[in-house]
Design a protein around this ligand. Structure first.
Ligand code: GAP
Length: 516
């Protein structure tokens, strides 16, 4: 199956089992906007809890806030979003489709990389066990030629983007003979800049003075509350402020399901440090964030850092944690050393002094900031895509199972009476009632037990217990493991401990480093 087919299946599965729906579906949908269903919201909440607790519970020097989506419009001037939060756009004159110029070029480079990977795979097959991939990549003429081409295109794109040279971007598209995926033609318009912020009017004023923006990132809500939190919380540097909330971007290339949305949710943390110590903290946060991801057990090889060579003007270091999605390695989280850019600009634009008096050095200064920023929805897609699995069973049947890490699974336990009579449903209900405030449990008595297991596999429930006729006398239930499908018999009174040992966040947090 191609990656695209896997992805299509994943999207269909997410809909069929109540994880993600297209927004406004009965009105033919709203592009790049999605709703989370009954399973999706549970998974999303668990992801948020994992992030929030790892930030603000594990670290005594990180606190949380929840700032408003609407903010004073000057904030977006100070942050640079009004002037520079743009994407370079290009239209195909025949299909009338609009594209992000840099994404067209990135896709072109990805195709070259695909060719390289195919060549490597051919080599692997040919040389078998003796295959040395590093040597092959360094010597094979086809690989070298394609790699050179990809590097050259990449370098030209970076140069054009950094210089904001829209003509050079268009020239690159023409030189690479990139065609519109819809019309197949190379009939392109000029490249133009397009601001990604959604705007609306506040109050009854309809002129520019009343224009406000839907925030394109949650970070600015943290910066403008720096003094409030520092003073009221008596916070001492280094300390962090964390926030989870909605962000909005009028993305031009909105595709790949919930990877790039127009309304999405971010989990951001700004860590305020003494000037000069930011790169040390940047390195620490890189490791701590990677550790947070890996502790979930989705597979260590699924992550890689992509350090930015060309930095935004306000940053002195930046990296992405990339995840291997069904469509390749893509950005999952950004970690940025943002210097004192944001606080200094807010000081300048607001006219208020934003400084910190450091009792240890007896100095006042504008703190430097290391930011970690991850999209909830992207994390959701990472979990869902890497958990989805179609398995051939010994009896020839196929089962679809979501191997979601148990701590994140929407439902932790399914409670199933074997039959709907003989007092079994009553015992099952009693168990359900005694556990439902400890874990999200689902009661299921419909269909054969095999069908019920399949249903639970499909939503990623790590454990099912079956109440059978023996339960009446021995007060034991059969507990079935989603991944191994093994069953064991345990006393009813041990069920709570059994599930908690395997689904409690504590076990994951024990693997994480702290800021202190
Ligand atoms: N405050 C920094 C900031 O917003 P960013 O790289 O633009 O940085 C951070 O965004 C993270 O937010 C990304 O790594 C990604 O996980 C998520 N994100 C950004 N745009 C998104 C979109 N259109 N849809 C879904 N997630 C998005």
């Amino acid at each position: 199956m191609t990656q695209e087919e896997v992805f299509k299946q994943l999207t269909a599965h997410a809909k069929e089992y109540g994880f993600v729906f297209q927004s406004s579906e009965i009105y033919d949908g709203l592009s790049a906007v999605y709703d989370y269903g009954q399973m999706g919201v549970e998974l999303k909440n668990n992801i948020k809890k994992y992030w929030w607790d790892a930030m603000v519970r594990l670290n005594e020097n990180i606190v949380g806030i929840d700032s408003a989506i609407f903010m004073h419009p000057k904030i977006w001037q100070a942050s640079g979003h009004v002037g520079a939060f743009n994407d370079p756009l290009i239209d195909n004159k025949d299909s009338k489709k609009r594209y992000r110029a840099d994404v067209l070029i990135e896709d072109y480079i990805a195709k070259i990389e695909e060719k390289i990977n195919k060549e490597v795979e051919k080599g692997r097959k040919k040389f078998g066990e003796n295959f040395d991939e590093v040597q092959f990549r360094a010597t094979n003429p086809n690989v070298l030629r394609n790699q050179k081409k990809a590097d050259e295109v990449n370098a030209r794109m970076a140069e054009a983007l950094n210089a904001n040279d829209l003509k050079a971007l268009r020239d690159l598209i023409i030189d690479c003979e990139i065609a519109c995926p819809i019309s197949g033609s190379k009939n392109w318009t000029d490249v133009r800049q397009f601001n990604l912020m959604f705007s609306t009017q506040m109050g009854s004023v309809s002129d520019d003075a009343g224009t406000i923006y839907l925030r394109p990132e949650t970070a600015q809500g943290i910066f403008v509350n720096f003094l409030n939190v520092q003073k009221t919380g008596r916070m001492k540097i280094p300390f962090g402020i964390a926030q989870i909330g909605k962000a909005f971007r009028n993305e031009i290339v909105a595709r790949q399901f919930i990877f790039r949305m127009r309304e999405f949710e971010q989990m951001e943390m700004q860590f305020f440090v003494r000037p000069g110590q930011e790169l040390e903290w940047f390195a620490k946060w890189k490791q701590m964030r990677l550790q947070w991801h890996k502790a979930l057990g989705l597979g260590d090889n699924k992550y890689r850092f992509h350090d930015h060579e060309k930095l935004a003007h306000y940053a002195n270091a930046a990296t992405d944690i990339e995840f291997e999605f069904p469509f390749g390695f893509k950005e999952l989280e950004g970690i940025h050393s943002r210097t004192d850019f944001d606080l200094s600009n807010h000081q300048q634009f607001s006219g208020r002094k934003i400084q910190y008096f450091d009792p240890e050095t007896n100095e006042s200064y504008t703190p430097y900031v290391v930011e970690t920023s991850i999209g909830v929805d992207r994390m959701f897609l990472a979990v869902l895509s890497s958990s989805y699995c179609e398995e051939k069973l010994e009896n020839g049947e196929t089962r679809v199972v979501l191997r979601i890490p148990p701590v994140l699974a929407p439902v932790k336990l399914a409670v199933c009476p074997l039959v709907k009579k003989d007092g079994l449903p009553e015992i099952a209900r009693e168990i359900m009632d005694s556990l439902k405030f400890d874990f999200n449990c689902q009661y299921d008595e419909k269909d054969s037990i095999g069908k019920r297991y399949r249903r639970q596999d499909a939503i990623g429930t790590p454990y099912c217990i079956t109440i059978d006729h023996d339960t009446v006398n021995d007060k034991c239930v059969t507990i079935r493991d989603r991944d191994t499908m093994k069953q064991e018999r345990i006393p009813i009174e041990n069920v709570r401990q059994f599930i908690s040992d395997r689904t409690d966040f504590r076990n994951v947090f024990a693997q994480l480093d702290k800021t202190e």
